[in-house]
Design a protein around this ligand. Structure first.
Ligand SMILES: C[S@@+](CC[C@H](N)C(=O)[O-])C[C@H]1O[C@@H](n2cnc3c(N)ncnc32)[C@H](O)[C@@H]1O
Length: 190
């Protein structure tokens, strides 16, 4: 996660909290928690009572599908980015921060009730087409009015599935999609 993208993600989260948008915070694809730690710090600094939920297979990336095919993205493949729930918790403990509610699962196995009823802010960082569509299927119906979903790797040629997933998913939905620094920032078009 580079500084610029992290700055955008955190300022969107800060904005959601200071505007008093209802709902909780989720991250789908948390890995070892690089971004999760910063999310927690913002929640603490702003004294927010939003709950924070993080999801991952902890088994690494699933297999690519045809939508993810890219010669320059060949480093991203099934089984890469494997870690453990324990490692994530350790990173929070080391930083002296409260870990999120952590759920280990493949996104296509999660049920709607595994997510908060209302979501104010969602960060989706799951790299591949199917993973992002599965994440959006879970998050979008629960997104609060004026809530925001951010999808990482949008318009990034290494991971073409991310752009395709966002474009396909929102092709028939009332949504506003903005593009900044390989992030798609999406809200409902009320
Ligand atoms: C790029 S990493 C996330 C990085 C993290 N957000 C950060 O900022 O440090 C992508 C993560 O998505 C997870 N992932 C991808 N597809 C998934 C799926 N379908 N179900 C569960 N986890 C998935 C991988 O296990 C991996 O940990």
């Amino acid at each position: 996660m580079d500084k610029k993208r992290l700055g955008i993600i955190l300022s969107e989260l800060e904005n959601i909290i200071t505007r008093g948008i209802e709902g909780d915070v989720v991250e789908l694809g948390c890995y070892i928690g690089t971004t999760s730690l910063f999310i927690r710090r913002i929640l603490d600094r702003l004294d927010s009572n939003k709950s924070f939920h993080a999801y991952d297979s902890f088994a690494g990336l699933p297999a690519k599908t045809i939508e993810d095919a890219s010669v320059i993205g060949s480093d991203f493949k099934g089984g890469e980015l494997k870690t453990s729930k324990r490692e994530l918790i350790r990173n929070f403990k080391k930083a002296g921060l409260q870990p999120p509610t952590i759920r280990k699962a493949w996104f296509n196995e999660l049920k709607p009730y595994d997510l908060p009823d209302s979501i104010a802010f969602a960060f989706i960082d799951s790299d591949f087409y199917r993973s992002i569509v599965d994440s959006l299927n879970l998050v979008w119906p629960r997104l609060a009015r004026d809530g925001v979903v951010i999808v990482d790797d949008f318009m990034r040629s290494h991971l073409p599935g991310a752009t395709r997933a966002v474009n396909d998913f929102f092709s028939n939905k009332p949504a506003k999609v903005r593009h900044r620094s390989n992030l798609a920032l999406i809200c409902k078009d009320n």
